[in-house]
Design a binder for this molecule. Structure first.
Ligand code: AHG
Ligand code: MN
Ligand code: MN
Length: 333
């Protein structure tokens, strides 16, 4: 058997890459690993406990909250509160950011923004779902309460980002700006173990991921790009395969590994699209960039945008670099 490297071992080994690191970010990443194991346990038993279905309220996004959305949100928030490395959080499931007001947390250097459960519509039907997280260094003075400006930073300021995929196996994938590494949960010992070292996305692939139901209500260039993907041309391996799970994390992870492009466009009724800049688009943009890919709103790198509000949405294109170039060219034509 190959030697297992656990997530915690890996994180602490990598700490040496940052000579002045105090260990706080390492501890924070470890806390994320623990919280995701708790959520994984709940998700994997979902049908056996009274935890499927809607909570009975809508969130700030106007979307119906699922019980597991609320459970995951609370598990992660409590883990950050107890860990003491974070002065505040912002979650897709909460209207406002939360500034922790105990002394240890107010001395925390970081804020975390997260989508506790991505792919809510897939929860009740046993299809892969995930968690997405994004970590920034705070702007407000250490020792005080977190402020809105700590959370409204451009994605280029992220110090770490990643996701957990509750799929056929459970994986945690993250970057601190030094490549992307993936860890698979070894259920028998309850540890995430390094399984995908230094992940890179192919320059191009044969998968395109878009909700086809939106093609007639979005920019016509996107329909033309989808038409191009469907045309037969042996030299470019077309027709490409359409793959759309409806859980961004799962679609993203597959395309990262196999090569592909994911598009969630602005539509006539939602010109800003559906996906949230801070909780979904920026963290996955950081991961894909570190894996050799790109992310944009069709025109601009999403990580260059200065957010104006916590729940801001943006059209989203993410994937292999050559496919991104072509899709964006259709938009600009
Ligand atoms: P969330 O469950 O966190 O609200 O996110 C759902 C998102 C994303 O995961 C997915 O790719 C997209 O919504 C699917 O939307 P459509 O059903 O409109 O295609
Ligand atoms: Mn989501
Ligand atoms: Mn969500």
């Amino acid at each position: 058997m190959n030697q297992l490297i656990t997530l915690d071992e890996f994180i602490f080994d990598r700490q040496a890459d940052f000579p002045y690191a105090s260990g706080d970010l390492s501890r924070l990443l470890t806390d994320i690993g623990i919280a995701s194991k708790i959520v994984n346990q709940k998700v994997s038993r979902a049908g056996l406990e009274d935890i499927l279905g809607a909570q009975g309220v809508t969130n700030v996004q106007g979307e119906e909250q699922q019980k597991l959305d609320v459970m995951a949100d609370q598990v992660f928030m409590k883990s950050f509160l107890n860990g003491g490395m974070v002065c505040g959080i912002a979650s897709e499931e909460q209207e406002d950011f939360v500034a922790f007001d105990n002394e240890r947390s107010m001395n925390g250097k970081y804020v975390v923004l997260y989508d506790p459960l991505d792919g809510s519509s897939n929860i009740d039907v046993n299809v892969s779902i995930g968690t997405i997280f994004s970590i920034y260094r705070r702007k407000s003075p250490i020792g005080t309460k977190a402020e809105l400006s700590d959370f409204l930073q451009p994605g280029s300021e992220q110090v770490a980002a990643g996701y957990v995929l509750y799929g056929s196996s459970t994986m945690l994938v993250y970057t601190t700006g030094n490549g992307v590494n993936g860890f698979t949960l070894e259920q028998s010992i309850g540890e995430f173990c390094l399984s995908h070292a230094n992940m890179k996305t192919p320059p191009a692939g044969r998968l395109y991921s878009i909700n086809e139901g939106n093609l007639l209500v979005c920019h016509p260039g996107i329909g033309k790009y989808a038409d191009w993907c469907r045309q037969t041309d042996k030299s470019t391996g077309r027709p490409y395969s359409g793959r759309y799970i409806g859980s961004l994390v799962a679609d993203f992870h597959r395309n990262l590994i196999k090569g592909g492009i994911y598009i969630y466009p602005g539509t006539n009724s939602s010109p800003e699209g559906k996906l949230r800049l801070l909780y979904e688009c920026n963290p996955l943009a950081y991961v894909i960039e570190q894996a050799g890919g790109r992310a944009s709103d069709g025109y601009t790198n999403v990580m260059e945008m200065v957010p104006e509000k916590l729940h801001q949405r943006v059209p989203y294109f993410v994937g292999s670099p050559d496919m991104m170039d072509r899709a964006e060219a259709y938009l600009n034509d």
